[in-house]
Design a binder for this molecule. Structure first.
Ligand SMILES: Nc1ncnc2c1ncn2[C@@H]1O[C@H](COP(=O)(O)OP(=O)(O)O)[C@@H](O)[C@H]1O
Ligand SMILES: CC(=O)OP(=O)(O)O
Ligand SMILES: [Mg+2]
Length: 409
């Protein structure tokens, strides 16, 4: 059987990550998916944009291009050129569909969805509740439609996995009529990652996912925790928007909502100014000027007080959610770390569970220091609760969901 190619686009506020995969054919690694090319365009809109492209099957090496990429439209054009140079262009007949990561799907979208005008309008309507993400996702979709109007375009939503949250976790304790009228509730994000990592973690533990309870910590630039019972999400730390919960690279996570009125009344900041403060000038960058955990780690090593305090605040919040989700689940089989920080920052993992032996939680120092791309346990042998590192792969998950949907048409 010949494979179908799926191009996956993950458009962030200032970046475009992409992967081209072949699915449904014979052979190939990773189940039956083979990765053909991967890359990213970062710092879109700045003078110092950079494109990194890596063909994975042609034997050609990794290519980097520096120079301004004005917007997401130009970014996708540049990616299309790189793919074409490898004989993997968007005009290839093997290309079966384009899968898009869409961050906010609201109440309506809880499954992978074929994109038409009505779907696009609904994704646009959700821009106010995902202001950093949905606009970039929409540009990605429009450009892809322009380049290949004949191809199915599929949206895979970050919110979908969290649709199973019970009302007790999904509702805020505010006036019900106001909440319902404006659809103010907790949606949760990074769901594609939480779902993928939950399945992989159960596999690593040798357990049936339907009988496995997990706390999944997706710690990237954006960060969120999920409580997963038997493969279904029962609580997650992000809410109406991807601002609630953990301390992130540039986002505050939880604050007293009165901070917003206070800054309005005493500092004259309007809604947009506070929005910008909490989303872009808070979190690690607001606390110490850096949002990259590698840099923070280096500064801590030099005795930098601000970096130390930023790290401590980050860890304190993470531990609070760990404790909360332990109580939500009652029985926990594993705590699972994923995404850029979770997969790479051993000091974060160590500090997150330090002193929690009473809860059955510990990391083995040597196992925690191991680096790698495979799912692995880092808890001591025989530990009551496993602690694991499971690399996420949102692109593979989106490709598989996209392939399943278009193959069934
Ligand atoms: N080797 C590393 N050590 C510590 N932290 C790392 C390392 N590599 C990446 N990170 C962290 O991961 C973050 C990016 O995570 P990622 O999951 O790629 O985020 P996003 O998908 O939101 O762009 C970086 O900002 C940095 O803090
Ligand atoms: C929803 C979200 O926060 O996504 P990211 O981590 O990619 O910014
Ligand atoms: Mg991410």
């Amino acid at each position: 059987m010949t494979a179908s190619r799926i191009l996956v686009l993950n458009s962030g506020s200032s970046s475009l990550k992409y992967q081209l995969l072949a699915l449904g054919g014979d052979g190939g690694g990773n189940g039956n998916a083979a990765r053909l090319a991967t890359g990213l365009v970062e710092r879109i809109g700045e003078e110092t944009s950079r494109l990194v492209h890596e063909p994975l099957t042609t034997g050609g090496g990794r290519r980097e291009r520096d120079g301004r990429v004005a917007d997401h439209d130009a970014a996708l054009e540049a990616v299309a050129d790189e793919l074409a140079a490898d004989g993997l262009g968007l005009d290839a007949p093997e290309l079966a569909a384009i899968g898009h990561r869409v961050v906010h799907g609201g109440l309506r979208f809880t499954e992978p969805t074929l994109i038409d005008d009505a779907v696009l309008t609904e994704i646009e309507r959700l821009v106010p509740v995902a202001p950093l993400h949905n606009p970039a996702n929409i540009t990605g979709i429009r450009t892809a439609q322009r380049l290949r109007p004949d191809l199915p375009q599929v949206a895979v939503f970050d919110t979908a996995f969290h649709a199973t949250m019970p009302e007790s976790a999904a509702r805020y304790a505010i006036d019900v009529r106001t909440a319902d009228e404006h659809r103010v509730r907790r949606y949760g994000f990074h769901g594609t990652s939480h779902a993928y990592v939950s399945r992989k973690a159960a596999e690593l533990l040798g357990r049936d996912p339907s009988e496995t309870n997990l706390i999944v910590l997706h710690l990237g630039n954006g960060a969120s925790a999920s409580a997963v019972r038997g493969g279904r999400c029962v609580d997650t730390s992000m809410g109406l928007t991807p601002l609630e919960g953990l301390v992130m690279g540039t986002r505050s996570g939880d604050v007293d909502p009165a901070v917003v009125f206070h800054l309005h009344r005493v500092a004259g900041m309007d809604a947009d100014a506070v929005d910008e403060l909490l989303n872009k000038r808070s979190g690690l960058v607001g606390l110490c000027g850096d949002n990259d955990m590698r840099e923070i780690d280096r500064r801590i090593g030099e005795g930098d007080e601000a970096a130390r305090l930023a790290f401590d605040i980050y860890i304190h919040r993470l531990r609070k959610y760990l404790g909360a989700y332990y109580a939500v689940l009652g029985r926990v089989d594993a705590v699972v770390f994923t995404a850029g920080v979770g997969e790479n920052a051993a000091p974060v993992r160590e500090a997150a569970v330090a002193g929690l032996e009473g809860l059955g939680l510990a990391v083995d120092k040597d196992l925690n220091a191991v680096r790698g791309h495979e799912p692995r346990l880092i808890s001591p042998e025989g530990a009551r609760v496993a602690v694991a590192v499971v690399p996420t792969d949102e692109e593979l998950e989106i490709a598989e969901q996209t392939y399943t949907l278009v193959s069934a048409r």
